[in-house]
Design a protein around this ligand. Structure first.
Ligand code: GLN
Length: 550
């Protein structure tokens, strides 16, 4: 087999940045001219994170093919600049689901179905499936921490793969924590030793140890870790805290990380071309100014819930050479009386996606503030739906306008549940049933959108037709199309058959745009998304005194 596999495990504790480390290794190998793919294996039982509360799990990332995945896939796509799919993320739940389906079908011919070999074989199939497109390297990140009971089948599967694939097709990278004890004035290696011991007890000897640390660790310390953990002395690397996450590939390169991987896996010797990463970091560290964006949302206490959004705004800043300061404002706390105060100092206001009625009125009030005070506004998914509700209530005078999601009984459902529509991705008529199971009724994944010439959306995209990713149930109600258009709302993006409204905007405003899709999923530091670029451009204008001129 051509494909070489790199397995990334984590030890000591969670949140060490395993996803970013995996994505950065991928970026480095890609910069060496290799074809790279990457996969996340999550030990939880949910079949996918779609049904999980963002408060617990963070953002649900959506791929072009409509898979609801772990947010690490967002890092992977941003660092690799490639579109991933369903086969790049499996959970224990999805693996067991396959095994149980086979068992019910009688595929196991009366055998006893067990974790080893049936579950581990299914995991191996999921991993080896990556080789179908013949990448040079496939990176596999195992979620969770070594020592967790639920991660064991995954670790057992990757242990077996070394035997199946051979030594120079398999590499184990273990990420651990090397804390710095201020009182003792030194780094401590004991947690790393214990974590490696744990890994070895299940039969995996790491090849490379990556040490997450506040500051770079010394050669002596690397030597000590190498000795205790039985790895090459030049196979211990540090993953130092950085201000900007896009610096990680450059830091890894400086330590020779990709070089070591290439030697161990017998990959072609070639220097990594990191010019675009260097330019990116240079732009980020030399901003011409700064803008403050107010994000009016519900999950403000858990920044992970808006991970891609956060990154896309930073990318918009890169495109405009400004630093973007994000201010999260809890929509549940916004009232008529305090809206101006809560949003004071924001050069742009963004209402992101969300589910459920909590905080919706605060979002609608904030949008009115942005519209009336001519502050650049960007509404995404629920944010766009709220912008439509706000317009219907305050410009069309439909005081009871709402989304069917929040008020099933209102006479003016400007946002409603469409029960039948033509699905351009599937190429068939799709039927939504309000009573069907929760995971199944969303419009998910990439759908085409036709952009109307002469609009802001057109200015941003410079293209007639774009594909954007969706994750929602409700849609704009076309019964209100004409009335809203008459009052000045411009429908600047529609599905190819004109039935679904994808983008709305206001021409008589510095920048006011809402989209039914999630553009943040397709933004990339090297290719900032056009809508984020234009939104930040408008915010920059606002910050530089555009307002004073009015
Ligand atoms: N709750 C809304 C819907 O289901 C919006 C979803 C979202 O913002 N992702 O249509």
């Amino acid at each position: 087999m051509k494909t070489k596999f790199i397995f990334i495990t984590g030890g000591v504790l969670s949140s060490l940045g395993k996803g970013l480390a995996a994505a950065s290794i991928g970026a480095l190998l890609k910069a060496r001219g290799l074809k790279v793919t990457i996969q996340k294996l999550d030990p939880y039982i949910n079949v996918d994170p779609g049904t999980m509360n963002p408060f617990q799990h963070g953002e649900v990332y959506v791929t072009d093919d409509g898979a609801e995945t772990d947010l690490d896939l967002g890092h992977y796509e941003r660092y690799l600049g490639e579109s991933l799919s369903q086969k790049n993320n499996y959970t224990s739940g999805s693996i067991y689901n396959r095994v149980i389906t086979k068992e019910r079908r009688g595929d196991y011919l009366g055998g006893t179905v067990q974790v080893i070999p049936h579950v581990t074989d299914e995991i191996k199939n999921a991993i080896l499936g990556l080789a179908e497109d013949e990448p040079d390297v496939a990176l596999i990140e195992i979620g969770g921490t070594v020592g967790d009971i639920e991660g064991l089948p995954f670790l057992e599967a990757i242990r077996q793969l070394r035997g199946d694939l051979g030594k120079d097709h398999c590499l184990y990278v273990h990420l651990t924590l090397v804390p710095y004890l201020k009182a003792a004035g030194e780094h401590k290696t004991k947690p790393t030793q214990h974590s490696v011991k744990e890994l070895r007890s299940i039969g995996i000897q790491p090849d490379i140890i990556l040490c997450r640390c506040e500051k770079a660790i010394s050669v002596d310390l690397k030597r000590k870790i190498a000795l205790f953990c039985d790895v090459d002395q030049d196979a211990v690397f540090s993953s130092v805290d950085v201000d900007n996450i896009y610096e990680v590939p450059l830091r890894f390169y400086e330590e020779g990380f990709d070089q070591k991987i290439a030697i161990m896996l017998r990959l072609p010797a070639k220097n990594a071309n990191l010019e675009s990463w260097e330019t990116l970091i240079h732009t980020c560290s030399h901003p011409e100014g700064q803008v403050t964006i107010g994000i009016v949302g519900k999950y403000v206490d858990l920044k992970e819930a808006y991970k891609s959004l956060h990154e896309a705004l930073i990318h918009g800043g890169v495109a405009n050479k400004v630093k973007v300061n994000l201010r999260y404002v809890n929509s549940e706390e916004i009232t008529e009386a305090n809206v101006a105060e809560k949003l004071a100092g924001c050069d742009g206001i963004l209402v992101p996606g969300g589910f459920g009625h909590r905080g919706v009125e605060g979002k609608i009030r904030s949008i009115r503030h942005a519209r009336e005070h001519r502050i650049p506004f960007f509404g995404i998914c629920l944010g766009m739906q709220c912008a439509v509700i706000e317009y219907a209530r305050n410009v069309l005078g439909l005081a009871d306008a709402n989304s069917e999601e929040f008020n099933e009984l209102t006479d003016n459902k400007v946002i409603y549940l469409m029960t039948e529509w033509y699905d351009f991705r599937k190429g068939a008529v799709e039927r939504r049933d309000a009573s069907s199971d929760k995971g199944g009724t969303l419009r998910l994944g990439a759908y085409p959108c036709v952009v109307v010439p002469g609009t802001r959306a057109w200015d941003a995209y410079g293209a007639e037709r774009v594909d954007e990713r969706h994750r929602h149930r409700f849609e704009f109600n076309k019964a209100y199309f004409e009335a809203m258009a008459e009052k000045g709302l411009v429908f600047s993006g529609l599905s190819p058959d004109g039935e679904l409204v994808e983008i709305v905007e206001l021409p008589d405003h510095p920048w006011f745009l809402g989209c039914q899709f999630h553009p943040e999923f397709k933004s990339n530091p090297m290719r900032p998304h056009p809508l984020f670029r234009e939104f930040i451009k408008a915010a920059k204008k606002e910050a530089m005194g555009g307002k004073k001129g009015k």
